[in-house]
Ligand binder design. Sequence first.
Ligand SMILES: Cc1ncc(COP(=O)(O)O)c(C=O)c1O
Length: 482
Amino acid sequence: MIRVPIVCFVCGLMHRTKRKRTKPNKRKPTNNKHHTFFQLTLYVQTEAGSKIHRQFRAAHEGHLPHAGLDATRASTGVVWCTERASEYGFLEEPDKWANLGQGAPEAEDGIDGSFLRPTSIDVSSAAREYGPTAGIKPMREAVAHLYNETHRKGKSSLYTWENVCIVPGGRSGLTRIAAVLGNAYVGFFIPDYTAYSEMLSLFKNFAAIPTPLSEADGYHIHPDKIATEIARGTSVILTSNPRNPTGRVVANPELAEIQDICRGRATLVSDEFYSGYNYTSNCDGSTISAAENVEDVDEDDVLIIDGLTKRFRLPGWRIAWILGPKEFIKAIGSCGSYLDGGANAPFQEAAIPMLEPSLVQKEMIALQRHFRDKRDYVVKRLRDMGFVIKYVPDSTFYLWLNLEGLPGPISDGLNFFQACLEEKVIVVPGIFFDLNPARRRDLFDSPCHHFVRFSYGPRMEVLELGCDGIERVVMKFKKLVN
Ligand SMILES: Cc1ncc(COP(=O)(O)O)c(C=O)c1O
C-alpha cells in the first residue's frame, strides 16, 4: 500500500491517504483525518473544491453563474431610491413618509373641478379576447379626435385613427419607438427623463448622442441647438416637453421653429407626458403639443407620446398613445406583437369617454390651478429655508433643486438624499437624470451632481410633511457647520 501526503480539499489539512483502494470506503468518515482519496477526488471534481475553476469562472463572463443575464439593467433611479428608503423603514410605515421622489401625481378624487375617476369598469365580452396590438379602433379614434379639436382646428391635414397607436403606458410606448428607429444618431438632452438611459441602450442599431443643457440658460432647448445637432448628422431628436426634471417647456413660436428645422431632415420624438401641467397661460386649460405645428400628419416626422398616466392622474391604468405618420404608426403597432402584447382592452374601453375634448378642457383647467398652487407653496417654503430657485418652473410638477448653497456635507445630490431619508423624506439625486447610456462619465463629473429632483405631485399634506422634513435637515446641518 502506498501512502501519499495530500492536502484535503474538504478541511484544508495535510492527510496521508492511500493512493489506490480496491473498494471505496463505505464507512462515513468520523473526523476529517478519514477523508479518503475517493472522497477527495469527488470533491475536486466539484467547483467548491477547485480554486482554479473558481478563478476561471470569475474572469470569464460567459462562465459566470446565470450567464447571459445582467441584473444591473433592472433598476432605474426611482427604484434605487425606494430601495434605499426601505432600509430606513419606508416600506413598514409609508404613511409617515413624504415620498417626493416618485414622479406620480396625486390620484385621489377631491381636486376642485376635476371629474370623478371610475371606481369600477364594465368588461365587454370582446375585451376578454386578445386586443389589436395597436389598440382598439374606437380608442384610436378618440385620441385622434382630441388632438384635432385641441390642436388642429382649421387645418387641412387631420389625424385619423390610423395615425394613433395605443400602448400599455409611456415607457412601453418609448420602447416601441426605439424598436423602429433605424441606423441613426439619436440626440437627447441632459438632464432628462431617467428611463431614456435604459431605453437608449437596449437596441443596438442607433447611437445615442448627449447634449448637456446649461443651468445659466434655464435648461432651455434653443432652436439653434437643434440646428447644430442636425448639422452633425443627428437624425432623431428625443426630448420630454414639458421637460422632466427641470419643469421648463419649449412653447411656440420656438417649438414651431424647431419643427421647421427638423422637417424633412430629422424625426422629432416629442414626449408630452406633462402637456397638461402647463402654467404659461394663466391656467386656462391649454396644453402644449407639437401637434399644433405639424403640417402634414403623414409627412412630418413627428412622433408624439402622451397618455392617462400624468394629466389624467391614472398611472395605474397603463394606457398611453403615440401619434405620428401612418406608415410609422403601423410599424409601432406591429412591434407590440413581440414587445408587450398591447394595452389591455377593458381599460381602453373605459378611457374613451374621458377623452371627450370639452371634458378634457375642464379637467386641464382644474389640474393646472391645483398644481400651480402646490408649486407656489413648495417654492415659497424652500426659498424661506434658503434654497436659491432661479427659475420658477413653468410646467410639470418638478423642481430641479440646486444644492450648492447648502452646507458642504449636504451640497450634493446623494448626500442630501441620504440626509433626507433620516427625516423620512424621499427625493431623487440629480445624477439619475444625467443620462449616461454608455456609462462613460464619472459620477463626480456629472453636471447634475449638485441637484435633486423634488416632485410636488403628491397631495398637499404630503408636501407639508416633506417640506418640514427638509427644513429639519437644513437646520441640522447649518448648526453642525456653525
Ligand atoms: C417624461 C416622461 N415620459 C414618460 C413617462 C412614463 O410614463 P408611464 O408611467 O406611463 O410609463 C414618464 C414617467 O415618469 C415621464 O416622466
